[in-house]
Unconditional design. Structure first.
Length: 106
């Protein structure tokens, strides 16, 4: 893929995203959605985010990641659970993964 093809694809994606948002704003005032559908959409958003997070946590390409990465993510989740600042969550997760990898855990 050349640079021009990439730039063209990026421009098409940006234009499509912008058009979808504009159409959403225009239709929001013309249509009504039931509370059940809104609740379902909120849940589906969370399910999608969790699925992406789990996929990137457990897999490295098409192979399973070693245990160091999931343990590091678990440390970060635990720090977030106890309401640590975001910087602390990121540093704790990265540091625990790095220490495990230095110790020889893949």
């Amino acid at each position: 893929m050349t640079g021009w093809q990439f730039a063209g694809a990026l421009a098409v994606l940006a234009a499509g995203t912008y058009a979808l948002r504009v159409v959403g704003l225009m239709l929001r005032t013309r249509t009504t959605v039931s509370p059940a559908v809104e609740a379902l959409m909120e849940r589906s958003t969370m399910v999608l985010l969790i699925a992406v997070g789990l996929t990137t946590t457990l897999f490295e390409g098409s192979d399973l990641a070693g245990p160091a990465r999931p343990i590091g993510v678990a440390v970060g989740v635990l720090a977030a659970w106890f309401k640590a600042p975001l910087v602390a969550v990121i540093v704790l997760a990265a540091a625990s993964t790095a220490v495990l990898r230095l110790a020889g855990v893949p």
